[in-house]
Design a protein around this ligand. Structure first.
Ligand code: MG
Length: 223
């Protein structure tokens, strides 16, 4: 009985996710779901990304957190539109919460919608939000063993970002261990190292993102 309940919740979520995706595609918007543990640098990545995409690129951000509007406040000057979702005790965003956020957003004319998921290495991966791409972040201070210990997040990622690489010099961090685990768990996702503090590696991420948008929204927009 319990399993049936879980299945029905996921089925209902998937139906709403499909409708979200249809809306993004109709508007020519690339939807990007950012997932990681708390403190991996999702908001910092968004600050860098929005600045790096430049003033001609129009982006909106949906931010999920249990409490506070702090991330939305950080992003309000760089994104065209920002909506904060407070999940209370919820450890992940759902497609319905994103659909509700879309009521406050104008999708027409946007290039990107970034969804900063609730900081959690397990639960967000189970819920399709209607995104086109899933980005998994892992920061160097979290340790080089986390891909193997929390494979769920990395298994479903379209790209894996190893963040805060400027700290590698002061940490006991073995890169090769991370790459080995990723190659075993998800060999299809490109892996990129970057530091939002120094800007190192950010250009490669931006190029990848622009390519994804061109590739996935080709039919509906030329922008
Ligand atoms: Mg954040």
């Amino acid at each position: 009985m319990k399993i049936k309940v879980v299945e029905s919740v996921l089925k209902a979520n998937d139906a709403v996710a499909r409708e979200n995706r249809r809306r993004f595609e109709a508007a020519g918007v690339l939807a990007v779901n950012l997932m990681s543990a708390p403190g991996s640098g999702k908001t910092a990545l968004l600050e860098r990304t929005l600045a790096g995409l430049g003033p001609d690129v129009r982006s909106a951000v949906v931010v999920g957190d249990l409490q506070t509007t702090r991330d939305a406040e950080r992003l309000q000057n760089t994104a065209q539109q920002v909506v904060q979702i407070n999940t209370g005790t919820g450890c992940h965003l759902t497609a319905t919460q994103v659909a509700e956020a879309l009521e406050s957003l104008e999708l027409a004319g946007l290039h990107y919608l970034f969804i900063e998921n609730v900081g959690n290495m397990v639960c967000p991966a189970g819920f399709d939000l209607g995104e086109h791409v899933r980005v998994a972040l892992l920061s160097t201070p979290e340790g080089d063993d986390k891909v193997a210990k929390y494979p769920t997040l990395f298994l479903c990622a379209d790209v894996i970002l190893l963040t805060k690489t400027d700290l590698v010099a002061v940490l006991d961090y073995r890169r090769e261990r991370v790459y080995e685990d990723i190659s075993r768990i998800n060999p299809r996702a490109p892996v990129m190292e970057l530091s939002c503090r120094t800007g190192e590696g950010v250009d490669r991420w931006l190029s990848w993102l622009k390519d994804e948008r061109r590739r996935r929204t080709r039919e509906v927009t030329t922008g």
